[in-house]
Write a protein of this length. Structure first.
Length: 174
């Protein structure tokens, strides 16, 4: 049974489908006061796009070779070898991250949906950033089909929302 505090996260989760959408979020979600951590930075391309928008950014990847390349390409940016699933290593960086970006290979397929949710919950709970932006087509698709139930909401409002979501031609039509 869930306790009252278990689901009190204030972190916003932003799901994107591909690299283009992932990068399009930067001007909207990152601001000059932010300290940002990016998981799965590979050669640092997106990390370098984030850098001008924030106070500080740390790009990370599980591959030492990728981090070596990122450091060569972007010597003014801080890069670390880090496994996205190792929250203790992220804590050891000693920074209060306000935004987290996640672009980890393998998180877009439906078989990884539970892994994505676990990763988001872990970082939302432990690091408590304001927002986590994740590149996961599966999560974006799943979230687009979710509706939040609000106790006490008038039935008419719920019915109206359901009608807005219904396919053209009405219920039951192919």
């Amino acid at each position: 049974m869930a306790n009252e505090k278990q689901f009190k996260l204030k972190t916003k989760f932003v799901a994107t489908r591909d690299v283009k959408e992932y990068r399009e979020t930067i001007p909207t979600w990152v601001n000059a006061r932010d300290t940002v951590l990016e998981f799965g930075c590979e050669w640092g391309t997106t990390t370098a796009l984030i850098a001008p928008h924030c106070k500080e950014v740390v790009g990370s990847d599980i591959s030492p070779e990728c981090i070596e390349t990122a450091r060569r390409r972007h010597p003014d940016i801080h890069f670390e070898v880090l496994d996205a699933f190792d929250v203790h290593a992220a804590l050891a960086l000693g920074k209060q991250f306000t935004k987290i970006y996640i672009d980890v290979s393998g998180l877009s397929g439906y078989r990884s949906l539970l892994d994505v949710i676990a990763l988001l919950t872990m970082y939302g709970t432990v690091l408590r950033p304001q927002a986590i932006v994740v590149k996961s087509g599966a999560l974006k698709h799943f979230a687009s089909h979710c509706t939040v139930w609000r106790a006490g909401e008038p039935a008419r409002a719920a019915e109206q929302r359901e009608q807005e979501l219904a396919p053209e031609g009405g219920e039951g039509d192919p």
